[in-house]
Design a protein around this ligand. Sequence first.
Ligand SMILES: [Cu+2]
Length: 119
Amino acid sequence: MSAFSNCAGWRGQRIASALLLCVCAGAALGADAGVQPASHVIIIEGMKYSPEVIEVNAGDTIVWSNKDAFPHTVTAENHRFDSKEIGSGRSWKFKATVRGVFPYICTFHPTMKGRLVVK
Ligand SMILES: [Cu+2]
C-alpha cells in the first residue's frame, strides 16, 4: 500500500512538471509569434544582399540599405515588389503583408539574388 502511494506521488510530480513545461513552452512560443511587427535590415554591399535569405513575419518591415557606390534594385521575380533604383547610400523600405517565398534580383545586376520568406 505504501509502495503504491509512493508511486502515485511520484507520478503526480511528473505530471505537474510536465504541465509546467507545457506552460513555459507555450509562453515562449507566444512571445516568439508576437504580434509586434519587427523591422529587418538587409545591407547591399559588394554586389550582394546580406543576408541573402531572410525570414520575416507578415506585417514586418524590411529595409534594404545600399552601401555600394552605384545603384541597385530589389525586384521580386514575380513582381510583387520593386524598389526601382536605390541610389548609393540610399535605402528602400517594404512592408511584407503577403505570406510566401519571394525570390528577388537586382535588375541592373541580375546575378545578385536574394530571397524574402514571409511567414
Ligand atoms: Cu545591382
